[in-house]
Design a protein around this ligand. Structure first.
Ligand code: TXA
Ligand code: MG
Length: 318
């Protein structure tokens, strides 16, 4: 019933002009390409392409839509995506290009898929220091990239690691050699004061020196600072009833596959399409002023787990 992405032969691309051109072409066509950064290999997609981001979650087997880091070629590209308060600009100036991700308010015209932010109003951005990554980013524009490993497994620091986990599930790996940093980027959020969200490749002391002030620390590593945000933001204004096979009087039915609905996540029951359209459909329901929403069952397999996780959060009492 659900279309699976057919296995692909994963290309291993050298980091020369031809390899970079090929990687850029694959990414431009919505492909998934593992790219070297100085921290770990990232699994990159065009940050504005909903369907490509959905396929990325599928390839990684991520059970939930965790927000993704967007990689850009320089600070100017970052400023086109996010608001940069003075403390953030200070950190960017001191560390970029480098292993620092800044979580900042996203601009309304950023052109980033809502699947990248998992519905948050903030976006994690960084300028990687790896010369191959920067060359590629100048050709492609912003790329969303989590670490290039299946969900729950160790982050890859060589092309061989990437292939061990994802061969046949991604279009290509761009070979930039082993990663020099080897641990993920340090993540700093702003509430509005700078907060360390994840320890990583840049020591907190370096950041504190640039800020001229101590950094406070958030709770769980790399988790959104206020987990409640995930539950409420992008939840439609109406209430949700899940696993509905039909609408009760007064309900608007969001369909999937054989459950047609007033509107649908995917008429053909395709989980990739459903993930790519999920946030747009929730927006549509708001535009329709639906206050009672019934949602068709979505299978709890593959991307369906992430979709259901998101729907359960949206259905949670607020
Ligand atoms: O070094 C790195 O950061 C690597 C390379 C590829 O750049 N990427 C990486 O991505 O480690 P990933 O997806 O494995 O981890 C991203 C972390 C997640 O823990 C996520 O929760 C957090 O960043 N994150 C991203 N956007 C966020 C946001 N808007 N608010 C809070 N946390 C965010
Ligand atoms: Mg990771």
């Amino acid at each position: 019933m659900t279309a699976q992405t057919p296995p692909t032969e994963t290309e291993r691309l050298p980091a020369d002009a031809a390899g970079l051109d090929r990687a850029a072409a694959l990414l431009g066509a919505g492909g998934l390409v593992a790219i070297p950064t100085e921290t770990v290999y990232g699994l990159a997609v065009d940050a504005g392409d909903d369907a490509a981001v959905a396929r990325l979650y599928q390839a990684k087997g991520r059970p939930a839509f965790n927000p993704l880091i967007v990689h850009v070629a320089d600070a100017e590209q970052a400023r086109a995506l996010v608001e940069m308060p003075p403390d953030a600009a200070r950190l960017a100036q001191a560390v970029w290009p480098g292993a620092l991700t800044l979580v900042l308010p996203i601009r309304p015209d950023a052109g980033v898929s809502p699947l990248v932010t998992a519905g948050l109003e903030t976006l994690g951005v960084r300028v990687p220091a790896h010369p191959v990554a920067r060359d590629l980013l100048r050709r492609t524009g912003p790329l969303a990239a989590p670490s290039a490993n299946p969900s729950g497994q160790v982050s890859p620091t060589t092309p061989a690691h990437v292939l061990a986990g994802l061969s046949g599930r991604i279009a290509a790996v761009l070979d930039g050699g082993p990663c020099t940093v080897g641990v993920e980027s340090t993540i700093v959020g702003f509430l509005p004061d700078p907060v360390l969200l994840r320890a990583g490749g840049i020591p907190a002391e370096t950041l504190e020196a640039a800020l001229g002030a101590p950094l406070s620390e958030a709770g769980a590593e790399g988790q959104p600072a206020a987990p409640g945000q995930l539950a409420s933001h992008y939840a439609p204004r109406g209430s949700l009833r899940l696993n509905a096979t039909g609408a009760e009087p007064g309900e608007v039915l969001l369909g999937f596959g054989p459950v047609a609905g007033d509107l649908t996540l995917s008429a053909r029951g395709d989980l990739v399409e459903a993930a790519a359209t999920l946030f747009a459909r929730l927006h549509d329901l708001n535009a329709m002023a639906a206050d009672r929403i019934a949602v068709a069952p979505v299978p709890e397999t593959g991307l369906g787990r992430a979709i259901n996780d998101r729907l359960r959060r949206a259905a949670a009492p607020r």
